[in-house]
Design a protein around this ligand. Structure first.
Ligand code: ADP
Length: 692
C-alpha cells in the first residue's frame, strides 16, 4: 500500500542514507529526469542537481539536514535541477527518520515540489504589483497636478471676471469720450467733407462698440455673469424698432424685408426685450448680410400658451447663400465661421451665433438652423415669456370704422401679402389678395360687377410684372374703378416719389416694414378722405409724417435743472457737461466724490449725475453719505424727507452693478458710452417733478 501510495504521489520523494545516496525514489521524482526509479537508486543525489555544484546550494542542503536532525520545523530550500525538461526549480522539504523507526541505511526522506511555474507566476505578480504601485503613485501625482490645475483655473476664472469688469470699464470710458464728442462735433457747422469724415468716425466707433459689447457679452455669459431682466414690453414695438434698422439695411442692398407676427401671438409680455432684440438683430443682421437677391422675413408664431406664460417661435428666413450641411453643427460654437473667406467678404467675428444660442437658452428656448446651399437659410429659435395681465387700456381695440371695409392687397411677394392680410384680418376687414397687376384688375372689376367694390387697394410699388405706379394709373384711368382709393407701399421712399404718386392719384404712401398702428391710422385717414366728415380736410398725400403730425405730440416740459456732475475723467466731464448745457441745464462739476459731497452741502442742486469710480471718495460712498445727511435733516414740505435724485454714470456694465448702485441710494443708472438721447431719457422723469 505504501509503495503504491508513494509511487502515485504528485510530489517527488527520495529516501537517502547519510551520505546522500538515493535508496528509494518515486516516479514523480525520476520522471523529472526522464529516468526509471532504478536508474536513480544507488546514485548520489547531488549529482542530479546543477545547484549542488554551486557552493551555496550544498551549504543550504547541509543546513536543512542539520535543522531536520535538530527537529526544527519544516526546513525548506530551493534547488535548481538540470532536468530533461530544462532547468526546473524544486522546493525540498527534508524529514530525518526517527532513529527508532529507521530501517537499514535510510536516514532521511526528502519531498520535492516543482515550483518553476509558480515561481514564474509569482515573479510576474511581483512585477505587476510593482507596476500597479508605480501607476498608483503616478495617479496620485496626476491627481495632485489636476487639483492644482483646477485651483489655478478657478483663480484664473476669477481673475478673468475681474479683468473683464475692469476692461469693460476701461474700454467704455474712452468710448464715451469718442462717441460723445463726435455727436457734438456733428452738431456744429461742418462743411460736407468734414461731415463725411466725422460721420465715418462715428460709424466706426459705433461698430467698435458693438464688437466690444459682443466680446463682453460672450465673456459675461461664459463667466455666468449675465442675468436676464424681467420687464414689461410690447413685442410688436420691439420688432418694429428692429424693423426700422433692418429695413434700411435691406433697402440699401436692394432686397425685400418683412416681418409677420401671427394674430394669435400675445404681444404684451414680460421678459428681457433688449436680449430678445439682440438675438433678433444678430440673426436678421446675418440674414441681410448673406442675401444678395431675394428677401429676408421674420415670422413670429405661438408655440404654446398657458394662463401666464407663452412660448414663441421666431423664424428668420432668408434667400441667401446658404450654409453647407457639414458646417452647420459647428455654427453655434464660438468663433466659428463657415469659411474664413466669408470673414474677408462680409466681416464678423463668429461670436454672434454663439451668443444668440446662449441667450436663447437663458430665455428657456432652443435655436436651430435649416439651410440649403444657394437657396437660403432659416434660423429658428424659441423663447419663453411671461404674459402680462392686461388692463383694458392695453388691449388692442378693434376700430369700428375700418371693420368690414373692402380692401384689396396687391403684392407679388407672399410674405408681404401675408403680413398685410394678417393685419387686416385682425381688424375684421373684408379683404382679398391679388398676386399681380392683371389679377388685381380682374378682382377689382369683378367686385364692381358684384356690387361689392373695393374701397381701398393697397399696392406694392415694386412688382415683377408691372410697377405699382403703373397699376395705380390704370385703376385711376378706368372710370369703373377710379373711385378706389390707392395706398402705395414700398420698401423705402426716394425723393420725388410723393409728388409723382400724388399726381398719379394715390391717397397714401407708406414705407415697409409697416408699423401696424401706422397702417391703421393710414387706412382710417384714407377712409375719412373718401367720406369726408365734419372734421378737417385730410392732408393731400398721407405719409407716415403726416400721420405722425396728426397725433398729439408728447410734450416734455423743458425744465431747466441745476445739475451737479461728479466725474473724474476730464474728457467725460466735458462730454457730459456739453450735452447737459446743450439741453439747457446749468452744470457744476466736481472732480471726485469728496468734492461732490462738499458741493452738495454748500449749494443747492436739483439733481446729481454721479460717476461710480472716482478717486478719494467713490460715487457709491458719496451717495451713501448724501443719503445719510438727508435722513438727518428735517423733513421738507409735505413731511417728506428731501431727496435729491442721483443718477449713476458708469462704465461698468456687469451683473450686479445696477443693484449695487440702487442699494447705495442712487435712483437711476446710465451706462457709458451714452448719447444725448439717452441722457434726455434718463433725466426726463426727474424734470417735471422738480421746481423750475
Ligand atoms: P459673424 O459675426 O461672423 O457673422 P455669427 O456667429 O453671427 O458671426 O455667424 C457665424 C457664421 O455663420 C457667419 O460668418 C457665416 O459664415 C454663417 N452664417 C450665419 N448666418 C448665416 C446666413 N443667414 N446665411 C449664410 N451663412 C450664415
Amino acid at each position: 500500500m505504501l509503495e503504491i501510495l508513494i509511487d502515485h504521489l504528485k510530489c517527488g520523494v527520495t529516501v537517502l542514507d547519510k551520505s546522500q545516496t538515493i535508496i528509494r525514489v518515486n516516479s514523480a521524482f525520476s520522471s523529472l529526469f526522464n529516468k526509471n526509479n532504478n536508474d536513480l537508486e544507488g546514485t548520489i543525489l547531488a549529482d542530479w542537481f546543477t545547484g549542488f555544484f554551486d557552493k551555496k546550494a550544498s551549504e543550504r542542503w547541509d543546513r536543512m539536514v542539520t535543522e531536520a536532525e535538530q527537529n526544527i520545523q519544516s526546513p525548506d530550500g530551493q534547488f535548481k535541477v538540470k532536468s530533461d525538461q530544462g532547468i526546473r526549480l524544486l522546493e525540498a522539504h527534508v524529514v530525518v527518520i526517527d532513529e527508532s523507526t529507521r530501517q537499514g541505511d535510510a536516514f532521511l526522506i526528502a519531498y520535492w515540489r516543482d515550483i518553476t511555474e509558480i515561481e514564474a507566476l509569482k515573479s510576474e505578480l511581483t512585477d505587476l504589483k510593482f507596476m500597479a504601485e508605480s501607476a498608483g503613485a503616478e495617479l496620485t501625482e496626476t491627481n495632485t497636478i489636476l487639483t492644482q490645475a483646477y485651483q489655478e483655473a478657478e483663480a484664473a476664472n476669477k481673475a478673468k471676471s475681474e479683468f473683464l469688469a475692469n476692461m469693460s470699464h476701461e474700454i467704455r470710458t474712452p468710448m464715451n469720450g469718442v462717441l460723445g464728442m463726435i455727436e457734438m462735433l456733428l452738431e456744429t457747422d461742418l462743411n460736407m467733407e468734414q461731415t463725411d469724415y466725422a460721420d465715418s468716425v462715428r460709424s466706426s466707433a459705433e461698430s467698435l462698440l458693438v464688437l466690444i459689447n459682443d466680446i463682453l457679452d460672450f465673456s459675461k455669459i461664459e463667466a455666468g455673469k449675465l442675468d436676464l431682466e424681467s420687464i414689461d414690453f410690447n413685442l410688436r414695438v420691439t420688432l418694429e424698432e428692429l424693423n426700422d434698422v433692418m429695413a434700411l439695411k435691406a433697402y440699401e442692398k436692394g432686397i425685400d424685408y418683412d416681418c409677420l407676427i401671427r394674430k394669435e401671438v400675445p404681444t404684451l409680455l414680460k421678459g428681457d426685450p433688449a436680449r430678445l432684440r439682440q438675438v433678433l438683430t444678430n440673426l436678421t443682421g446675418n440674414a441681410v448680410k448673406f442675401v444678395e437677391r431675394g428677401e429676408v422675413a421674420i415670422h413670429v408664431d405661438l408655440v404654446s400658451e398657458s394662463e401666464n406664460k407663452v412660448e414663441l417661435l421666431f423664424e428668420i428666413i432668408d434667400t441667401g447663400i446658404g450654409i453647407p450641411a457639414e458646417k452647420i453643427e459647428r455654427l453655434f460654437k464660438s468663433f466659428s465661421q463657415v469659411d474664413t473667406s466669408t470673414t474677408r467678404k462680409y466681416g464678423g467675428t463668429g461670436l454672434g451665433l454663439k451668443i444668440s444660442k446662449q441667450l436663447t437658452e437663458l430665455m428657456g428656448g432652443k435655436i436651430s438652423v435649416e439651410s440649403e446651399m444657394g437657396k437660403g437659410s432659416t434660423f429658428r429659435f424659441s423663447a419663453c415669456f411671461e404674459k402680462r395681465i392686461t388692463s383694458g387700456a392695453d388691449l388692442e381695440e378693434i376700430p369700428q370704422n375700418i371693420q368690414k371695409e373692402r380692401i384689396l392687397i396687391v403684392d407679388d411677394n407672399l410674405t408681404s401679402r401675408k403680413v398685410l392680410a394678417e393685419h387686416l384680418n385682425s381688424w375684421g376687414c373684408d379683404f382679398e389678395t391679388a398676386e399681380s397687376s392683371p389679377d388685381a384688375l380682374d378682382k377689382l372689376a369683378q367686385a364692381v360687377a358684384q356690387e361689392k367694390p373695393f374701397r381701398i387697394a393697397i399696392i406694392s410699388m415694386l412688382m415683377i410684372d408691372a410697377s405699382g405706379e403703373e397699376l395705380g394709373n390704370r385703376i385711376k384711368q378706368n372710370p369703373r374703378l377710379s373711385r378706389t382709393a390707392l395706398v402705395m407701399v414700398t420698401t423705402i421712399g426716394q425723393r420725388g416719389d410723393a409728388v409723382r404718386l400724388k399726381n398719379a392719384g394715390f391717397s397714401a404712401f407708406l414705407i415697409r416694414p409697416l408699423k401696424k398702428s401706422l397702417l391703421f391710422d393710414c387706412l382710417r385717414t384714407v377712409i375719412g378722405a373718401i367720406d369726408p366728415g365734419d372734421g378737417d380736410a385730410p392732408p393731400d398725400l398721407i405719409t407716415r409724417f403726416t400721420l405722425q403730425d396728426q397725433k398729439p405730440e408728447t410734450v416734455t416740459p423743458t425744465v431747466k435743472l441745476n445739475i451737479l456732475l461728479a466725474e473724474d475723467n476730464p474728457m467725460n466731464q466735458k462730454v457730459a457737461m456739453k450735452m447737459l448745457q446743450k439741453l439747457g441745464h446749468d452744470v457744476s462739476v466736481a472732480d471726485d466724490g469728496q468734492e461732490a459731497l462738499d458741493m452738495f452741502l454748500h449749494e443747492s442742486f436739483d439733481l446729481i449725475l454721479m460717476d461710480g469710480n472716482m478717486p478719494n471718495l467713490d460715487g457709491l460712498e458719496a451717495t451713501r453719505r448724501i443719503r445719510e445727511i438727508e435722513a438727518r435733516q428735517k423733513p421738507g414740505p409735505g413731511d417728506l424727507p428731501a431727496r435729491i435724485p442721483i443718477i449713476a454714470l458708469t462704465a461698468n456694465a456687469m451683473k450686479g452693478d445696477r443693484e449695487r448702485f440702487l442699494a447705495a441710494g442712487m435712483d437711476e443708472f446710465l451706462t457709458k458710452p451714452f448719447k444725448k438721447k439717452d441722457l434726455v431719457e434718463v433725466l426726463e422723469p426727474f424734470g417735471p417733478r422738480l421746481p423750475v
